[in-house]
Design a protein. Structure first.
Ligand code: PHE
Length: 351
């Protein structure tokens, strides 16, 4: 018997009986406050009053009280746990979820292979000092065609089968989905004074019967550098660095003459076929030629420089346009461009 209250056994019996009767979360919380509350819980008060007990009993009494406190805390915890389990079970009867199972992790997302490739290309040119510039996907025919030297009835318009916007302006169709990013050569020059060094990433659209190498939507990266004294060798050096960064340090490049109305001279750049190494076999990528065409480029036509309000006697420039899907196909050996936009996760998850 300790002074000023019930014996330990009695205390224990009372507390456990009260806990057994405490029904519901609120009653349990009250019980806890009554017995174990920090300020005036019954056990807390008894522990605090230990100092008043006769010296020779103090140690043994303290030990018993502490053991009782630990017991009550344990019992309380067990009741709480019990209540939680029953609550969960009640949610769905027999098929209660097993809350001890580890959670399901969210699947990790990833960037689309075309986005990854575009980002890598942009990074290479950004390092070389090209700024990123963007233009509209719904474009004026005046920019998409006329400003880049493709007037109406010019046979070169047939190079880009166009998806037109039906809206008539003064009785004419004047808007379209841009067929290439080249109109942004003009837009970029209009917005700043030379020197200009920009890349323009973006989606382009063509009225196209799709096949393994043609899609009606494609991604291009346009490049434009205009300054005093820009020469063909600058174009070659820039694209050479690009090809090696993307396709391997031992890449060789070759320029074939080509025609685009907005450049003079115009070229197609090819890289040596890193798949068959020109061994004469029936390589599907280079068709046995040993060279893979990757982009169109050339020296900006003086008329384009003038159209943008620059002085073509002082300023020269180069431009290029890369098809990003094509780069991605070469990079990963993808044989059909249509895979990119069919949203088949089995394909997309590979990159
Ligand atoms: N705009 C051209 C195309 O879509 C590519 C190109 C860009 C060629 C710049 C030369 C210079 O095919």
């Amino acid at each position: 018997m300790d002074a000023g209250g019930a014996g330990i056994d009695e205390l224990r019996a009372q507390a456990l009986a009260a806990l057994a009767e405490a029904d519901g979360a609120e009653a349990r919380a009250d019980w806890r406050a009554h017995w174990l509350g920090r300020g005036d819980g019954r056990l807390t008060l008894r522990l605090r009053a230990l100092g008043d007990a006769p010296r020779e009993e103090r140690a043994a009494l303290g030990k018993e009280l502490n053991e009782l406190k630990a017991l009550l805390e344990r019992e309380f915890g067990a009741r709480e746990e019990d209540a939680r389990t029953r609550a969960v079970a009640a949610l769905s009867g027999e098929a209660a979820p097993d809350v001890t199972l580890p959670g399901r992790p969210w699947p990790a997302g990833r960037l689309h292979p075309v986005t990854q490739t575009l980002n890598d290309c942009v990074a290479v040119f950004a390092e070389m000092g090209f700024r990123t510039f963007e233009g509209p996907e719904v474009e004026w025919a005046a920019y998409n065609f006329d400003a880049v030297r493709i007037p109406e009835d010019h046979p070169a318009r047939d190079m880009w089968d166009t998806i037109w916007i039906d809206t008539l302006i003064k009785g004419e169709r004047r808007m379209l989905l841009r067929t290439h990013t080249s109109p942004n050569q003009i837009r970029a020059m209009e917005r700043s004074e030379p020197p200009v060094r920009v890349i323009v990433p973006g989606k382009c659209y063509r009225q196209e019967a799709t096949d393994a190498t043609h899609e009606w939507m494609l991604t291009q990266l346009e490049g434009l550098a205009v300054d005093e004294g820009v020469r063909m060798s600058d174009l070659k050096g820039t694209l050479y660095a690009f090809a090696r960064r993307l396709f391997g340090e031992d890449r060789e490049i070759i320029f074939h003459h080509s025609y685009f109305p907005f450049v003079e001279p115009g070229v197609e750049m090819a890289i040596d076929c890193f798949l068959c190494r020109a061994d004469g076999s029936a390589c599907r990528t280079c068709h046995g030629t040993g060279w893979i065409e990757v982009l169109g480029a050339g020296m900006v036509h003086p008329e384009i420089i003038e159209n943008a309000g620059y002085d073509s006697a002082r300023h020269t420039g180069f431009a290029f346009g890369v098809g990003i899907e094509r780069v991605a196909m070469l990079r990963w050996g993808i044989e059909d461009i249509r895979h990119f936009y069919q949203n088949d996760l089995r394909f997309l998850r590979q990159f």
